[in-house]
Every structure is written in structure tokens, then in C-alpha cells.
Unconditional design. Structure first.
Length: 326
């Protein structure tokens, strides 16, 4: 354990002129080093005890690994940490925490909004409005729809809670089969294929790991009903994107609402932009107004624990790639 009489925190991806909300002044007993460039790590943060990775998907820590011999903790501002777990970090004794819990409610509301929009055929209504076409249609009730939520962590649980409250019949899928006090029977991921043919909606809320990459393959998509929708709020690489485009074009599934993609931003030439049965959003399902302040509040709470030598929350199993039991 380092001497934390004076704790040095490297805030990656932020500047003193534009700090994260709540970090304009350093916490008592701490020095903040704002790092915007790779070269600054070894120059300005060689004595860092902790890192707050404010901007995700920076490769600095991997390419400059070893810049601080005092480093004991990395706090990610994201829930998914697939972008962070490079081999040297996984092998090290540095603790990694994520931001589990901050985005659960917002993502659950977003999932509910998407399901309701599809049931109301809102995407077609907006298209017809642009065309000034009056075309009466029937809608679908959400109550009684069968929904598979791939993910039984905090986000999946919150999504299930929202949808169940709206009358849907929800089955969550987790790493292993178990009985949960709130969710009932959680199916194992190995059972996913048997659940897809009965689902009206399939919602992806899984972390990206070696086990989930490409989980929604061409074969899995072929098991979905022709009137079913896929909603992906997890990570783009969990779904085989070319296979999904083929399924959407061929009518294997009815549509998709996608907030994450294999490449982000989604390239302008992607067919997903123009397919009439696709809703595209720019990785925004978690970003409610006030999310930045909520992330800083969590980090400051964790920092107090770290300096007091207390156990941190949201500790990631670096080999699994997520927080066990979250």
C-alpha cells in the first residue's frame, strides 16, 4: 500500500481548463494531474497512485505501461472495460474498478422507450410524416410481449424491472443458470439459442468479453422470429454486424434498434443508416443529463475509500472482464 499522506491522481483525457464537473479543485490531500497527451504520462504522472480514466478508449496506459511504479488503482468512467484490459494490466496487481450503477436506470428507461417506440411503430410514423402520407395502422401492446434480456447484471436487472412493470414477460440470460429473488429463473448463456424463437424482443445488455464477442452470430439471428426486434445497448462486437445487416435485408428479423456498433462513429457508408427497419442512435443510451457529475461523485467516494484503505466497490475481475455479481 503506498504512502497516501498525499495522493496523486492522474485524470486521463481532461485538462485543467476543462476539468470534469467537481474536479476543478483537488480533493483534500490529493494532487490532480490532468493528462491530455501520451508523453505527459511519464513526464507529469510518474508518481501517480491512482488513475481516473475520464475519457475511455485511450491506448496510453498500454503503450506507456510502467510510467508510475506507485500505481495501485485505475478507475474507469465506463461500465464496460473491454477497451482497458490489456495484458500487462491484467497480469499486474493494479486494481481496476468500473462505474457500475451510475447508468442502470437511464439505460433501462432507454430500453423501455425503444420497445415502446417499436410497439407503436413510431419509426414508420416519423417516416410517413416526412412523406406527408396519411396511413392508418394498428399498434402492438407491450403488455404480454415476450422479451429476452441478454445480461443479468445491474443494467440487465434494471431493464427487466422496467419492462416487467409495463406488463412484458421477461427472461434474463446470465453467465450461469440460477434462481434470482427478483428476476426469477435466470437462464444460462448456453440456453440463449433455445430462448430466441419465442422472443418478440431481444435486448443485449452484456459486457464485451471473449465469451460474448460475436455471441449473436448468423446462426443465432436465424433462430429469431421474423417479427422480432433486436435491441443492442451492450457493445457492437457482441453482434455479427454483417450477419445482422443480411438478416434485416432478408426479413429474417423485423428490425433492430442499435445504440452501439462494431465501429464508432458508425461510418457514413454503413447500410444501417438507411435501412427502414433500423433505429440508429450514437452510443447515448447511458448519457442522461448529469451523468458526468454522477461519475465524479462515484469516483470521489471511491477515492475516499482508497485513501482510507477501505475496500473499493465495483472491483473488476480482470480475467473475466466484468464485476462478478454486479
Amino acid at each position: 500500500m503506498p504512502d497516501l499522506a498525499r495522493c496523486v491522481v492522474a485524470v486521463l483525457g481532461a485538462s485543467p481548463g476543462s476539468p470534469p464537473p467537481g474536479l476543478a479543485e483537488p480533493p483534500p490531500g490529493c494532487d490532480l494531474r490532468f493528462i491530455l497527451a501520451r508523453d505527459s504520462l511519464s513526464a507529469d504522472a510518474a508518481d501517480a497512485d491512482a488513475v481516473f480514466a475520464w475519457t475511455p478508449r485511450l491506448d496510453w496506459m498500454a503503450t506507456e505501461w510502467g510510467w508510475s511504479k506507485r500505481l495501485r488503482w485505475i478507475a474507469a468512467s465506463t461500465v464496460g472495460i473491454d477497451w482497458l484490459l490489456f495484458p500487462d494490466l491484467v497480469r499486474s496487481n493494479v486494481v481496476v474498478t468500473n462505474s457500475a450503477g451510475v447508468f442502470n436506470a437511464a439505460m433501462a428507461e432507454y430500453a423501455l422507450a425503444l420497445v415502446c417506440a417499436v410497439c407503436a411503430d413510431l419509426h414508420t410514423t416519423l417516416r410517413l410524416q416526412r412523406e406527408r402520407a396519411w396511413q392508418h395502422r394498428e399498434t402492438t401492446r407491450l403488455a404480454g410481449r415476450r422479451i429476452v434480456v441478454a445480461g443479468a447484471g445491474g443494467i440487465g436487472r434494471a431493464i427487466a424491472r422496467q419492462l416487467t412493470g409495463a406488463g412484458a414477460i421477461v427472461t434474463c440470460v446470465g453467465r450461469r443458470r440460477r434462481v434470482d429473488a427478483e428476476l426469477g429463473t435466470v437462464a444460462a448463456v448456453t440456453e440463449l439459442g433455445s430462448l430466441l424463437p419465442a422472443a418478440d424482443f431481444v435486448i443485449v445488455a452484456l459486457p464485451l468479453t471473449w465469451d460474448t464477442r460475436g455471441l449473436f452470430s448468423r446462426e443465432a439471428l436465424a433462430r429469431m422470429r421474423a417479427d422480432a426486434w433486436l435491441i443492442n445497448l451492450g457493445r457492437g462486437a457482441i453482434v455479427d454486424e454483417p450477419a445482422l445487416i443480411s438478416a434485416l435485408r432478408g426479413g429474417t428479423i423485423a428490425g433492430a434498434a442499435l445504440d452501439v456498433f462494431a465501429e464508432e462513429p458508425l461510418p457514413a457508408n454503413s447500410p444501417l443508416w438507411s435501412l427502414p427497419n433500423v433505429i440508429v442512435s450514437p452510443h447515448m443510451s447511458a448519457d442522461f443529463r448529469g451523468w458526468e457529475a454522477a461519475l465524479v461523485d462515484l469516483f470521489l467516494s471511491q477515492l475516499r475509500r482508497f485513501r482510507a484503505g477501505e475496500p473499493l466497490i465495483n472491483v473488476v475481475d480482470k480475467k473475466l472482464g466484468f464485476v462478478p455479481g454486479s
